[in-house]
Design a protein around this ligand. Structure first.
Ligand code: ZN
Length: 120
């Protein structure tokens, strides 16, 4: 994920997280159709292909990630307004060249931060 979002700078990068229960097993990169530094719109064809892949592998969509190359560290008003799936929204934000990831659960117009755990 970090590789991908780093490569997209100064544009936002995005993709999907697939897995089982609350454990992510696969990261699927999707092109940002918006090609914007402040917005992301997943390429609909790649998104559909990714959904098919996830289903074909018996996995669930657990999260959507995207980057904020120039901040903020949290979900934006647009992110909350456009959240179409009840999954974790992972935000990669960059401050002074350092990336950090934070996860949010968005429901009914409200974002709640969730804790993330890196597992091997
Ligand atoms: Zn955003």
């Amino acid at each position: 994920m970090l590789n991908h979002v780093e490569k997209q700078v100064p544009l936002e990068g995005c993709g999907l997280l697939a897995g089982k229960k609350d454990r992510v097993e696969n990261v699927i990169v999707v092109q940002n159709q918006a090609q914007s530094p402040v917005r992301f719109v997943m390429d609909p064809y790649e998104q559909l292909q990714a959904f098919n892949w996830i289903e074909a592998h018996g996995l669930d969509l657990l999260g959507i990630f995207h980057s904020h190359p120039a901040g903020p560290e949290t979900v934006s008003v647009t992110d909350i307004a456009e959240a179409a799936y009840e999954v974790i929204h992972l935000i990669w934000s960059r401050t002074k060249g350092h990336w950090q990831a934070r996860g949010f659960w968005i429901e009914a117009g409200l974002a709640t931060e969730v804790s993330l755990q890196i597992v091997e």
